[in-house]
Design a protein around this ligand. Sequence first.
Ligand SMILES: [Zn+2]
Length: 328
Amino acid sequence: MSEALAVGIDIGGTKVAGGLVDLDGVVVARARRDTPHRSKSPVVVEDTIVEVVTELLGMADREVVAVGIGAAGFVAADRATVVFAPHLSWRDEPLEANLQRRVPVPISVDNDANAAAWAEWRFGAARGESHVVMVNLGTGIGGAMVVGGAIMRGRFGIAGEFGHMQVVPGGQRCECGNRGCWEQYASGNALVREARSLMTANSPLATDLLGRVDGDPSALTGPMITQAAREGDPTATELLGEIGQWLGVGIANLAAAFDPGVFVIGGGVSAAGDLLLEPARIAFRRSLTGRGYRPEPQILAAELGNEAGLIGAADLARQDVVDRPASS
Ligand SMILES: [Zn+2]
């Protein structure tokens, strides 16, 4: 048992990524499929998950004690039901029960941001920290908290939706229905939106970026902007700096509410490293309540990259098996 493996599955909008994860959080084998389109029935998504799990179980050279699923969506506090998944066709989906009928290993379900935060706390940037807030900058903003060695899920399981804090009254419309949400200013989508608006305005500032997409702003992606900034394009650097500033303002709000020792910044945009984090740290210090009269938390880049979700899902599931009374 001590050497046993766990399967971790990360279900995102485009990929179902899975891995066999050992006790040290090392991914020893991988499998992946495209996520079925959200128009497909829940069963099709389940079929895909079962395929990936089955493939991984077949690759294991020793016992697999648990399967953990990290899903992008609201997972109920019972960690069995996906209440709502915006990128999938799940509404009050009894995912754990449905999968458990088809997989011969105990299954646990969690939110993908919770899983990523757990992985960073166990094996990554937040090792040894007692109060951790993770902020994932992807297309939107996901978040999670690990306090005293436990994930803070909230009464209904949906804590950590930091992306929908209002930071600009009457600001940009958000897909959640409100205006001025944080993720409209500090996410990958915000980065690309701002860059495209410069490009379509025919600004000379956008010459480098336009050259990277043969003049087609719709072809621009976040990683292209990060690459341009790394290669010294001042406009791309400035765009990342703006995202970083908004990141700093938002995490100052989170510091006021939660007083963590460390913020871990993950998700695709965090690949920009200090191009993002230095402006964030400056804006954070300018916005922090009681600045100069209180200890300041660290703001660190995540260490586990895009495998944090599956590593955390596997480790959480293993934890569930260990914690479960032998009689049940
Ligand atoms: Zn929103």
